[in-house]
Write a new protein. Structure first.
Length: 347
């Protein structure tokens, strides 16, 4: 019995200790084009795969062994096919694929997260030293590198695009006329909201280099007349005027409690009576036991993004919203560990 128990724990230990290898195996499957190849031509042999990918047979064997034992490929006799996860999530171009997220993890987060233990000791984002520049946040440093900034924004879009559909579908925007998306990134959220709500006017309030990307996306789309950008720093510049709702979408996870309180108070001051504040992101359970998404997301904010954020609990956000002056605070639980908290400025 004890042997069985130990074996099960040992299996779990493999998962914990081999995480870096698992991750690189998945990335290698994407980067070599293996999953794309098997999507086009399922049932190839080792030799055929090696030949088509332009690799030697031995490294191809290692890659196939890794992907098969991780459940990403299925092997029958001598032939390989994509498993469910690989075919749904790891093939470029398949709707809902996570390839941009993997690219972000690999090119931006991976090396930086090796500094996690140091970040715990220093209580700041020491992982930032992997990126040139002197600015205190990842977002500002990315402005020096257009390639990395695009990788970052595409990953955010990929993360947000599914979640945003939940926001647009379940959030109540019926009384909103002008929504400002604070830290709205490349405009994906507001584009989706504008598509679903024909009377909604939207503004992305983000750093200048990011607003350029959002503006380009708006001009290419069908709602250019209703969408715009406002370049600035949400802490040091005034919030745009004329909004009756401020949305903080995957944004308050970045900052400290004190900074979030400041942002919510600033939103309260800038809103007319009846105006709303909306917080939409992954939520940590009030009992602090998870979910896993919150546990895995939080080290990124400490070690790299700003050194000041994490995935906070529902109750923390609700307290801050109330303390900022909002009333009728409500929470809406959504799939993918997401949630929407809304507060209203009473008239
Ligand atoms: C995690 S991304 C979220 C993007 C978008 N809201 C979404 O849900 O996909 C954070 C965004 O905040 C922006 N940002 C960071 N610091 C900012 C600041 N001080 N003022 C305004 N925007 C900022 C970044 O440029 C980035 O687009």
């Amino acid at each position: 019995m004890e042997g069985l128990l130990l074996r099960r724990h040992a299996q779990h230990m493999y998962l914990l200790m081999g995480g870096h290898i698992y991750f690189q195996t998945v990335c290698a499957g994407v980067q070599t084009g293996l999953f794309r190849l098997l999507d086009r031509e399922p049932g190839l042999t080792l030799a055929e795969i090696a030949e088509r990918l332009g690799l030697e047979e031995k490294p191809t064997r290692i890659l196939l062994l890794g992907c098969t034992s991780l459940g990403l490929l299925r092997k029958r006799r001598h032939r390989y096919r994509n498993g469910y996860l690989a075919s749904r999530l790891l093939v470029d171009g398949v709707p809902g694929n996570v390839v941009p997220i993997l690219r972000w993890q690999q090119e931006i987060n991976y090396r930086a997260l090796a500094h996690f233990p140091d970040a715990l000791a220093a209580n700041t984002n020491v992982g930032l030293e992997e990126f040139p520049g002197s600015e205190p946040t990842l977002y500002e440093r990315l402005a020096h590198d257009a390639r990395l900034e695009t990788i970052f924004q595409e990953a955010m879009e990929s993360i947000s695009v599914q979640a945003n559909q939940l926001l647009a579908r379940f959030g109540d925007f019926s009384s909103v006329r002008h929504l400002v998306d604070v830290g709205g990134g490349n405009g994906t959220n507001i584009l989706e909201l504008a598509r679903q709500h024909p009377y909604l006017q939207g503004t992305v309030f983000d750093l200048p280099s990011v607003c350029t990307i959002a503006q380009r996306n708006f001009q290419q789309g069908p709602h250019a007349d209703r969408l715009g950008t406002h370049a600035g720093n949400c802490f040091t510049d005034p919030f745009p005027e004329g909004a009756d709702a401020f949305l903080f979408c995957h944004f308050l996870t970045i900052w400290s409690e004190a900074e979030n309180r400041r942002l919510l108070e600033k939103a309260f001051q800038a809103l007319p009576s009846g105006g709303q504040v909306m917080i939409f992101n992954m939520m940590q359970a009030d009992d602090g036991r998870g979910p896993l998404s919150a546990a895995l997301g939080s080290p990124y904010f400490l070690t790299l993004a700003t050194g000041r954020g994490m995935l906070y609990t529902w109750s923390e956000y609700e307290h801050w919203v109330r303390d900022a002056g909002f009333q009728s605070v409500s929470r809406l639980r959504l799939p993918r560990d997401h949630g929407l908290i809304v507060g209203r400025k009473s008239g």
